[in-house]
Design a protein around this ligand. Structure first.
Ligand SMILES: Cc1ncc(COP(=O)(O)O)c(C=O)c1O
Length: 327
C-alpha cells in the first residue's frame, strides 16, 4: 500500500459516490483511428445530475461533518455544477444547504437552476457582482451563522482546493484497480482543466502511486502557464494536508495543452460546439459545452496527430445539468 492510500483510508470522507464509476470501451467514436479507446464515466457519480465534484465533496463534506457542521454554503454562477451537486449531496446527507449566485434569478429557470428549485435549496441571487464580491458575501453569511451559534461550512473556490483535489487522487486508485481487472496497460487519460482541481488530484495521485498513467490536461479556460500555476497551488495544499510531498513539478508529471480553449471558459469553439452533437450521435452519451466538448476535440486531435496511441481514456466529468441551459 502506498502512503497516500493509507492517508486516504484514514482521512475524513463521507460516502457519496455510487462507484467505482464505469470504465468501459468506446465502441464507435474513435473507431478507425487505431487506438483502444475507453471512457471513465464520472458523469455517473450517482447523486443529482452526476459529475466530478461528487468526488471532491466526499472529502470536503467529510471534513465538514467531522467538524460538526449543520449547514453548507456553496457559491458559483447560476449554472454552477458544483452548486447543484452540493445541494444534492446535502439532501442525501440531511444537511441544510444555501447557494450564492452572482446573477439575477432568471424569469425562466433552466438547467442547474431548475434542479436547485427541485432540491428546494435556499438560493441567494446577488445580481451581476464579481466573484470576489460573491466570496465576500458568502464569508459574511458564514460569520452571521457563526454568531447565531450555528455550525456553517463553506465549499470554497468551486471545490478546487487541496482537500477537494483528493477526490481525484482517490480516483487514480480506483482506475488502477479497474485497469488491472480489464487488462489495460499504459493508458493515457485526457481530462479537463478549469480551476485545476481534477487535474491536481489526478497528477498528485498518479505520481504517488507509481505513475501508472500518462495524463493529458486540456485547458478549457486559461493559458498553459496559468493552469499549471493553479494545479501547482492545489497540489501544494494537498501536500500540506497529507504531509506527503509530490515527487516532481507539475510539468514533469503531465502534459497540458491550451490549444482547444478558444476564447476561454464558456466560449465554444466551432469544433467543440459540433462535438456535443457528434458524440451524442455516435456514443449515445451526452456531454456539455464548457468542459467535456473541448477535451474530446483535443483528444481526437492528439490521436490523429499520433501524439497518443494504445489505450486512451476520456474522463467524462459530467455537467449534465448545465447542458439544458446551453441551448
Ligand atoms: C463538468 C465539469 N467538468 C470539469 C470541471 C473542471 O474542474 P476543475 O475546475 O477542477 O479543473 C468542472 C468544474 O467546475 C465541471 O463542472
Amino acid at each position: 500500500m502506498y502512503p497516500i492510500e493509507e492517508f486516504l483510508a484514514r482521512t475524513p470522507r463521507v460516502p457519496l459516490l455510487t462507484g467505482p464509476t464505469p470504465l468501459h470501451p468506446m465502441a464507435r467514436f474513435f473507431s478507425g483511428l487505431g487506438v483502444d479507446a475507453y471512457i471513465k464515466r464520472d458523469d455517473l457519480t450517482g447523486i443529482g445530475p452526476g459529475g466530478n465534484k461528487i468526488r471532491s465533496l466526499e472529502f470536503l463534506l467529510g471534513q465538514g461533518i467531522a467538524e460538526g457542521c449543520d449547514r453548507v454554503l456553496a457559491a458559483g454562477p447560476g449554472q454552477s455544477n458544483l452548486c447543484t451537486l452540493t445541494a444534492a449531496a446535502c439532501a442525501r446527507l440531511g444537511l441544510e444547504c444555501e447557494l450564492i449566485h452572482n446573477c439575477f434569478r432568471p424569469k425562466e429557470i433552466q438547467g442547474n437552476l431548475l434542479l436547485n428549485e427541485l432540491l428546494q435549496v435556499k438560493s441567494h441571487f446577488l445580481g451581476p457582482v464579481t466573484s470576489e464580491e460573491r466570496s465576500a458575501y458568502t464569508e459574511q453569511l458564514y460569520q452571521t451563522y457563526l454568531q447565531q451559534g450555528a455550525h456553517p461550512f463553506i465549499i470554497r473556490n468551486g471545490a478546487t482546493s487541496g482537500r477537494g483535489a483528493l477526490g481525484y487522487t482517490a480516483a487514480v486508485q480506483e482506475m488502477i484497480t479497474q485497469c488491472r481487472q480489464q487488462n489495460i496497460s499504459s493508458m493515457t487519460i485526457f481530462a479537463p482543466g478549469g480551476n485545476g482541481g481534477v487535474a491536481a488530484g489526478l497528477i498528485y495521485g498518479n505520481a504517488l502511486m507509481g505513475n501508472p498513467f500518462r495524463i493529458v490536461i486540456v485547458s478549457v479556460e486559461d493559458t498553459e502557464a496559468v493552469l499549471e500555476a493553479h494545479i501547482t497551488t492545489a497540489i501544494r495544499e494537498a501536500e500540506e494536508i497529507t504531509g506527503i510531498p509530490c515527487p516532481a513539478p507539475v510539468n514533469q508529471l503531465c502534459e497540458i495543452t491550451d490549444c482547444y480553449r478558444g476564447d476561454g471558459w464558456g466560449m465554444n469553439t466551432p469544433d467543440s460546439a459540433r462535438m456535443v452533437k457528434e458524440f451524442a450521435r455516435q456514443e449515445g452519451i451526452f456531454i456539455e459545452n464548457i468542459y467535456n466538448s473541448k477535451v474530446l476535440v483535443g483528444m481526437r486531435d492528439w490521436i490523429m496527430e499520433g501524439k497518443a496511441s494504445g489505450a486512451v481514456c476520456y474522463l467524462h466529468t459530467g455537467g449534465f445539468g448545465s447542458l439544458f441551459s446551453q441551448y
